[in-house]
Design a protein around this ligand. Structure first.
Ligand code: PMP
Length: 326
């Protein structure tokens, strides 16, 4: 008999799917690394389990311990699944910008959810960065995951996502395009791919209101680049240790409206029911079209599932309120 011993064994080995209509104007073959097939419906399951296993191995996480993380939802889901299978308590600290479904889902899988204001500075004691750190200090036998600076995040993608893409494309991949938040996905996959073939180009998708693109181009951390934005999952107002700017060839920024509109287009034109950052990645890829030729194989990674966005991106009233729909 062939079966998984628990849900964690079903993580990874996700399909690579051709994008057809939406990529018509691109001369290259465009393939989506379709990460919603993971049990928590996002790529983040991979790094969640890796971070836990590395923390168990060196004693940072002990039996019966409490896992604490400031998470926008997907990492929390991955951590919560692993916490159930492995017998830990899970606390997610989340910003109030995140969708209500994401919070409900985390509670459904046994996580305690603490909601913090989004419109405060990262070093404000009310921010989700500060709150998660403080909780970790106050809670006995707890471990603060810190996905932004935890090297196991990048390592997970170096060990699993990168090799899968290389194998699935039989080494023919020429470009990798992906949204950047903590930087774990782009840095791990990008490092692995460049080690196999240094000519592979790695493109990051950023959002207006985030510091990555400007920092990559100028080396300057420009606070004027920071302002509130709607796109979920990508962009930052900090420089996480997991973003390896050296392996990234360039960034392109996508507007909130375009990210939302293209998320819908993926569902309507490709049957790909995905999250907000997938729309940003798809539109970003189209913005980069002059970089691709007919012999290229472009892989774009789609991080998470549409079910977490039904009250927002997939809701006409919400889209109209944002001015994203006429
Ligand atoms: N998209 C979504 C929906 C995410 O949750 C995240 C993680 N913040 C990203 C993209 C960015 O991935 P990474 O953190 O690996 O850069």
């Amino acid at each position: 008999m062939k079966y998984a011993k628990n849900m964690l064994e079903t993580i990874g080995n996700t399909p690579l799917v051709k994008i057809n209509k939406l990529a018509e104007e691109i001369p290259a073959l465009v393939l989506a690394k379709y990460e919603t097939f993971n049990p928590g419906n996002s790529v983040k399951d991979r790094m969640a389990v890796k971070m836990i296993e590395d923390a168990e191995a060196d004693g940072r996480l002990k039996p019966g311990g409490t896992i604490i993380e400031g998470t926008s939802g997907n990492t929390g889901m991955g951590l919560a699944l692993a916490a159930i299978v492995k017998g830990y308590k899970m606390v997610c600290v989340i910003s109030d910008k995140q969708s209500k479904e994401k919070m409900d889902v985390l509670r459904a899988v046994g996580s305690e959810v603490i909601v913090c204001p989004n419109d405060v500075e990262p070093d404000d004691p009310r921010s989700y960065y500060s709150t998660s750190k403080r909780l970790a200090e106050e809670t006995p036998n707890s471990w603060y995951v810190n996905q932004y600076d935890n090297p196991s995040n990048t390592k997970a993608h170096y060990e699993s996502t990168g090799p899968e893409i290389w194998k699935q494309t039989e080494g023919k991949i020429t470009h990798f395009v992906v949204g950047v938040g903590t930087g774990g996905t782009i840095s791990g996959v990008g490092k692995y791919l460049k080690e196999q073939n240094p000519d592979i180009k790695i493109w990051g998708i950023d959002t207006y209101g985030s510091v990555f693109k400007k920092y990559h181009e100028t080396g300057e951390f420009d606070e004027n680049e920071i302002y509130p934005y709607i796109t979920e999952g990508i962009g930052e107002d900090i420089l996480p240790a997991n973003v390896n700017f050296d392996i990234i060839d360039g960034f392109t920024k996508v507007t909130d409206k375009d990210a939302a509109v293209y998320t819908r287009k993926l569902a309507e034109e490709e049957g790909m029911f995905l999250g907000n950052s997938a729309g940003a990645a798809m539109k970003g890829l189209l913005q980069l079209k002059e970089h691709f030729t007919k012999d290229d194989v472009v892989v774009v990674l789609f991080h998470d599932h549409g079910s977490r966005y039904v009250a927002k991106i997939y809701n006409d009233d919400w889209m109209r309120e944002q001015g994203f729909l006429e």
